[in-house]
Design a protein around this ligand. Structure first.
Ligand code: FES
Length: 132
């Protein structure tokens, strides 16, 4: 019994490391994102929002059935079944059942912005960028 528990714990300790590599990724330099922009990164299915305070990352995956959202008219819009989300990721109209998740951002040692999809945050989290 104890041996089985120990090996289950060992497996569990390996899984986050594997998951982490694919869910933490670089998205370029802060200045790649113009102030007051929403940039869709299709390869990662996230939007990077840049404003005068800094940057944020929000999922671009519709919480209904997973289509990639588009940015339109100050909201996020799902092309599949028409769900709409406001700037904070809250559902404006369905069928999407839940808001969009936000992810923590950080700066790597070589100055690259990183998105960490393993660490959820709120729409109020801003990774602050000093103006040059
Ligand atoms: Fe977005 Fe259905 S997948 S509304």
């Amino acid at each position: 019994g104890a041996g089985l528990l120990a090996s289950a714990a060992a497996v569990r300790s390996v899984i986050p490391a594997l998951t982490r590599t694919s869910k933490v990724f670089s998205v370029g330099q802060p200045n790649d994102y113009p102030v007051n922009s929403f940039s869709l990164l299709p390869e990662h299915k996230v939007f990077i929002l840049r404003d005068h305070e800094g940057v944020r990352a929000v999922s671009a995956v519709c919480t209904h059935l997973g289509c990639v959202l588009k940015r339109a008219e100050n909201e996020f819009h799902c092309p599949c079944h028409g769900s709409r989300f406001d700037d904070t990721g809250q559902v404006l109209s369905g069928p999407a059942p839940s808001p969009l998740p936000w992810y923590k951002m950080d700066l790597s040692f070589d100055g690259q912005l990183q998105v960490d999809m393993t660490r959820r945050t709120s729409s109020r989290f801003v990774f602050k960028i000093m103006s040059p």
